[in-house]
Ligand binder design. Sequence first.
Ligand code: PMP
Length: 398
Amino acid sequence: EIEFNPDEIRRDFPILDDDIIYLDNAATTFSPETVVEALVEFEHHYRANVGRGVHRLTQIATQRYWHAHEKVARFIGGGEGITVFTKNTTEAINMVAQGLSWRPGDRVVTTILEHHSNLLPWRALAKHGVEIDLIGIDADYALDLNALEEVLSGGSVRLVAVTHASNVLGVTTPVPEIARLCREHGALLLVDAAQSLPHMPVDVSSLDCDFLCFSGHKIFGPTGTGVLWMREALIEPPVLGGGMVASVTSDGYVPAEGYLRYEAGTPNIGGGIALGAAVDYLSAIGMDRIHRHEERLTARLIEGLSATEGVRVYAGKRPDARIGVVSFIIDGVHPQEAAQMLDEEADIMVRSGHHCCQPLMDYLGLPEGTVRASLAAFTTEQEIDLLIAAVDEISRGR
Ligand code: PMP
């Protein structure tokens, strides 16, 4: 195997020439040149709508847009299901919440780890009489599967919605085990893979989920791209109109097959095609290699920050169940201020605040949030060491 060299990857990202240390990849990351080129090629050479047109440009655009869906489906081992392009993870989750038909008394189980985007769409179902249960975590931030089993045993759970990886703590969740419990009790399983997809190999058949949601812009694709994968046509299309029908009569319509049914209106064509280029790029590197690289850097980061006086680390404790996302607090320094100092004094960009996870922050007793560093394939050991040194300096000067 060729040794993993982030410096080679860095050459594909022109934005990194600007001498910045970008450790906010969990919010959104950059696109390599091949992805930008795919966008530009669409604009320069074949920009046309997709669908039933016959002229040459629409044929090229339609074919490439369809092919991008195939590439993304293959990337997640989801060729058998339906791969729908969305705007982002948030839209994908909302489509499922709005596309299932709910009955009063139905329950949805979600967890304390969730991003607001995997909580609010379910809470909004209260208007249909749907009730929500929130599963907690233990001192090692592992999900309380006994509590999950207990709720499932109640019998009215329609769906379990769980994150594959926390965007605050970096811990991963045991999705195959959760899936087994869901199958036993007849519940559907939705996995928010917004944070796992960028960092590790993800395969829907081994996860055994019914829905997988993720963001294209977090896996080197353009902003405004995301994906909803589902095992089969399990939901009604929540948005109706052109492009999603096979035929329309005076009083009804027959929906189109496959992803078309769920992509009403003109989609983000260039973005979708460029997302296909992004998964090509990731596949060429290999997600397992990216995962091992980040695993090593994450251990180094956690170790370095933990050894720094006045710093508290909030991150996954098991190396085999975490990704490159690490939260921390510098005692006596507001997370916002710490992030600003890292930017101004060390050219390091990190996130600060509640990371759209306020229930988790309340649970952790961190109302002001945390500072969060999140890695990518192009992150280097040197950058990790510079972050640790800069945090140490801020901590000493507080
Ligand atoms: N879920 C998780 C776990 C996330 O980290 C994010 C992005 N921070 C989202 C959902 C929402 O993603 P998007 O903003 O692309 O919809």
